[in-house]
Design a protein around this ligand. Structure first.
Ligand code: FE2
Ligand code: FE2
Length: 338
């Protein structure tokens, strides 16, 4: 068999990786492409997501491609791994097969620094995918192929951008296991707002536990409730004009609830009516849905606020409705005074 090897951290895997594998299949007439995720090592600058999650996201992504396989050789070996070790292992384990080791041109520039680079070239066919239409010279025997670039990177996904470049089922997995989700918020709001969002999410979880609500749903409402809070009036205006012009008479300070509920749905692809509703009403406390009452209270009772919130928290834990009415009154008093 002719087997292409696509290594990487796949944190997470996205459609760009799949497109690369598909183009390799065609251009090199491969029988299979193996995705070879690197192991989480303490030496990397950025801590990689747990092996199990990166592995599962690959499995979900390649499910519908019968010629794509997962190979966990590097993950299973753990610790520091050199490509030459993997290559030797593959050659020994599959002596009948031909391997095509795929790298990008950024890696080609440094290839001479790889351990035993010459031996790697003798054991497998090195293939470089060119994305920038420049010729990169190398002293090694490396076949260069041209490929169309898919404009997405794992680091963009980790910040919550271009989530539509994930294969079907991966985003659900990400939300289910809370991977990257705090980064999604951190990259969109100011640091103080981010700390508040995480703190409110924790409090929402506590309240949900007390009242037999869905803890995961409560966490996401808390985490995302202020997602639009750092947007300027002019950034929010197009959202208001198109999606809720009937609410434009409210002061712009209130808009972030309306806009946030749409952002969660349209950008973060969380299509849950109770989550949307709770975020929509969190500023004014205008909904009696339990999740809406919960976030209205948790927002005001965030332990990071510079006043003692313990009485309100206890009241909400005992009786959410009573706590909500109390917080509504407190909020009304505060607004009148200020
Ligand atoms: Fe808010
Ligand atoms: Fe808030």
């Amino acid at each position: 068999m002719k087997i292409g090897i696509l290594g990487g951290s796949f944190d997470p895997i996205h459609s760009g990786h799949i497109a690369l594998a598909q183009q390799a299949m065609i251009q090199l007439s491969l029988d299979e492409v193996w995705f070879l995720p690197s192991s989480k090592t303490p030496l990397k600058d950025r801590d990689l997501t747990e092996d199990i999650h990166r592995k599962n996201m690959i499995l979900i992504s390649i499910k519908k491609y019968p010629n794509f396989k997962l190979n966990t050789l590097e993950m299973d070996r753990k610790g520091m791994s050199y490509t030459i070790d993997t290559v030797r292992h593959l050659r020994k384990q599959y002596p009948e097969d031909d391997f095509y080791w795929m790298i990008g041109n950024d890696q080609l520039k440094q290839f001479h620094l790889w351990k035993d680079a010459q031996e790697i070239c003798e054991l497998v066919s090195m293939v470089c995918f060119n994305r920038d239409y420049k010729i990169h010279k190398t002293e090694f025997n490396v076949q260069c192929l041209q490929m169309k670039d898919v404009l997405v990177s794992s680091s963009e996904i980790r910040k919550g951008n271009k989530l539509n470049y994930l294969e079907e089922g991966v985003l659900d997995y990400i939300y289910q296991h809370r991977l990257y989700v705090e980064n999604f918020v951190q990259s969109r709001v100011k640091p103080k707002r981010f700390a508040h969002s995480v703190s409110v999410a924790r409090l929402c979880e506590e309240l949900a536990l007390c009242h037999h609500l869905d803890v995961q749903k409560a966490y996401y409402i808390g985490l995302f409730h202020d997602i639009a809070k750092s947007m300027t009036k002019s950034e929010m205006e197009p959202w208001m004009d198109i999606l809720c012009p009937e609410n434009k008479f409210y002061a712009p300070a209130v808009w972030h609830g309306f806009v946030g509920s749409e952002i969660v749905d349209r950008i973060f692809e969380i299509h849950d009516e109770q989550i949307k509703n709770a975020i929509y009403h969190h500023v004014l406390g205008t909904s009696n849905d339990p999740y809406a009452m919960m976030i209205f209270c948790a927002d005001k009772l965030d332990p990071l606020r510079n006043y003692d919130t313990s009485y309100g928290i206890e009241l909400c834990k005992q009786d959410l409705k009573k706590g909500f009415e109390y917080e509504l009154m407190e909020n009304k008093k505060y607004l009148e005074e200020n």
